[in-house]
Design a protein around this ligand. Structure first.
Ligand SMILES: Nc1nc2c(ncn2[C@@H]2O[C@H](COP(=O)(O)OP(=O)(O)OP(=O)(O)O)[C@@H](O)[C@H]2O)c(=O)[nH]1
Ligand SMILES: [Mg+2]
Length: 296
């Protein structure tokens, strides 16, 4: 019998390359939020994949970028820290729009890590196969990757090969987590993320980048198969609050309805969701406000 293996795999890359999409696709469940806009993920999110020969613990991370606010800095710090102790580093790139020089800096920032580096070439469903090789060559020139694996996180192409190759390099170890556990995220956190996803999907310009969500109450009523959730959406300015609420409260209502529907699917219960909008002046630059809003 082959020995059981376990280890931590950090998913790293520029914003919007498909890290969270890959994470969800591997776990077979929507754990991390995904949007078409960059800088969606802000925290490290852990997900557990059990295979016959081992336990793979994936860390989804915020995109590596150069934003100026304290929030941007904390996001990047979170990502880099999750790469430091990982056994495997998956550097994801977006093959239709490679950013070789910027990706080079990102890979440099993790050179001290002991993790086995993989180059994961994502979104191959969007390009012709013959365009892959020249891009891969450029990346190979500045870093020696253990493996280069083309995938499509959306269609699932290449993902099983990726899992097999990861398992090969993981250390022998018993499982770290119980077999029925899929994530370390609380239901409260996931509820707040679902609301943030709906805000991002229903807003424009700076709003997605200056929105945070906190859960004020999460009350279960098992006898009625109901959860009552009260949440606050924080923005930085009065003008943003007005836009978010919309004419006659129309936008906020749309966000609330989309969030409630998704929460009901994920909790398997009826959800009563109440949303407020609060102005937390310049919170993305204020360390104390960032701590309060969950970005320590
Ligand atoms: N066509 C195609 N689109 C993809 C693929 N993977 C991700 N996307 C899309 O790319 C966009 C960004 O995906 P995310 O998973 O949120 O990207 P991310 O790297 O987690 O982004 P941040 O959290 O902002 O750093 C979404 O619109 C996805 O649907 C893929 O393999 N093919
Ligand atoms: Mg993400």
């Amino acid at each position: 019998m082959r020995a059981f293996k376990s280890g931590f795999i950090s998913i790293l890359g520029r914003p919007n390359v498909g890290k969270s999409t890959l994470f969800n696709s591997i776990l077979g469940d929507k754990i991390a939020i995904v949007t078409e806009k960059p800088q969606t993920t802000r925290n490290r999110i852990l997900g557990i994949k059990n295979l016959e020969g081992g336990q793979l613990i994936f860390l989804d991370t915020p995109g590596l970028h150069e934003g100026r606010s304290e929030l941007n800095r904390r996001m990047v710090k979170t990502a880099v820290a999750s790469g430091r102790d990982a056994d495997v580093l998956l550097f994801l790139i977006d093959v239709p729009s490679p950013l070789v020089e910027k990706d080079r800096q990102m890979i440099e920032s993790l050179k001290g890590s002991r993790g086995v580096p993989f180059l994961v070439v994502n979104k191959i469903d969007l390009v012709k196969k013959e365009t892959l090789l020249p891009v891969i060559d450029q990346y190979r020139r500045f870093h020696s990757f253990h493996q280069v694996i083309p995938i499509s996180a959306i269609t699932g192409e290449g993902v099983d090969i990726l899992l097999d190759e990861i398992l090969k390099v993981l250390p022998e170890s018993p499982a770290y987590f119980p077999e029925d556990m899929i994530t370390d995220q609380t239901e409260r956190f996931m509820a707040s993320e679902i609301i943030r996803e709906k805000v991002i999907q229903n807003s424009y310009q700076e709003i997605p980048y200056c929105t945070a969500v906190t859960i004020e109450a999460f009350k279960e009523h098992p006898e009625r198969n109901l959860v009552v959730i009260q949440a606050t959406i924080h923005v930085e300015k009065n003008s943003q609050k007005k836009i978010l609420i919309g004419k006659g409260g129309e936008r906020l209502k749309r966000i609330g309805e989309a969030a409630r529907k998704e929460m009901e699917g994920f909790l398997g219960k009826r959800v009563f969701l109440e949303l407020w909008v609060n102005v937390e002046k310049d919170w993305t630059r204020d360390p104390a406000a960032l701590n309060r809003l969950g970005y320590q």
